[in-house]
Design a protein around this ligand. Sequence first.
Ligand SMILES: Nc1nc2c(ncn2[C@@H]2O[C@H](COP(=O)(O)OP(=O)(O)OP(=O)(O)O)[C@@H](O)[C@H]2O)c(=O)[nH]1
Length: 410
Amino acid sequence: MQRVLVVEDSKVVQQVLRHLVAHYLNVAVDFAWSLAEAKEYISNQNYTLALVDLTLPDAMNGEVVKYTLEKNVPTVVLTSKIDEYKRQEMLEIGVVDYVIKDNRDSYHYAVKLVAQLLRNQGCKALVADDSLLSRSLMKQMLEKQLFDVQVAHDGEEALKILKKDAEIKLLMTDYAMPTMDGFELVKAVRNFRGRDDLAIIGLSGAGKHGLSARFIKYGANDFLTKPFMNEEFHCRVLQTMEQLSLIADIKESAYRDDLTGLYNRRYFYQFAESLLKETARKNSLALLDIDFFKAINDKFGHEAGDQALKQVASLLRSSFKGFTVARVGGEEFAIVLADISLEQAYPLLDAFRSRLAAYDFVINGQSFTITVSIGLANFQNVTLTSAMRLADKALYQAKAQDRDCVVQQS
Ligand SMILES: Nc1nc2c(ncn2[C@@H]2O[C@H](COP(=O)(O)OP(=O)(O)OP(=O)(O)O)[C@@H](O)[C@H]2O)c(=O)[nH]1
């Protein structure tokens, strides 16, 4: 469980931060006013990150930062001003980054930075560079941003690692490397990992004009010139990862049904098609249709009908964890049971059918029950159209057999 500690002594700033945190962070957050209070929190909880004000009434000289870092809590510093000496000191003691509180947008930036760092936690990154010094420095800097970092000595090694590990989300690659240079690496990687799926930042020594544009043309998301400033490195990486997260969020919402939060028809078709390509697997497909749903709308109103659909969706979600459940029509749902044969699927669906039939729906003070008819079909070595046709035929038979039952077609 991720948890964040915010230490800030100004009432107004704390209020602004509370508001932003509620909007951007989906984790538990504690707020302390002083170093003493921060110590108390840290002695009782484990924190993923701390966002701390450099000057507190009981810690005028940044002692709170030293304390959080001593306790191994990665720390982002908020400060009203910073001179070169203080900046160096902060970076040397190991803060992730610092944010200068000189306008309203700074707080926004600080909280968004924390949000992205939380997303980075456990996210895999790869550094490809033939220079040991540069490789180690970047590894260290990415670890500060909570990435799980691997390294490669040249392009070929990096390519091998990327081919094996689809979970790597960020590649930092130098241009000049033996065996395969940065351009060749980016070109090769883009054959199997898209821009939205893997972020690539190209690096090269100063004075090599035109490299940045070429890196980007070959498929890199951004470019950095060595030597770079600590802050520039952090900003570029964070910004690139933020773009990746935003695209992932947009994709995710395009695949979700607004009312129930289940996957929608579009996702279902894409997922089902891709699963069918994996011929070695034994899969099943179920279509579920609520019985006499029109009567529920007519009797209790459309709003109550919506609530009932949400509850059915939630029961489906909890009953079919690990499987793909989608709302494919108004009161129609589909479940793809990967690696589950027809014989194994039948009892699972029948158990859900009886669980639903016994469930007491209480909406707007009215109590009622709901049943479903289920059509089940084999989902292996077939086309999606024919599997859907079979499941639909089975569903039609279930409706004809007095509903509230499962019928299978192989
Ligand atoms: N409240 C609500 N109703 C919906 C939604 N989508 C579809 N419906 C309703 O679902 C009902 C489906 O009715 P029918 O196709 O006649 O089917 P049924 O009443 O369930 O009867 P059988 O399927 O034959 O058991 C219609 O009244 C639609 O208006 C929705 O998002 N919200």
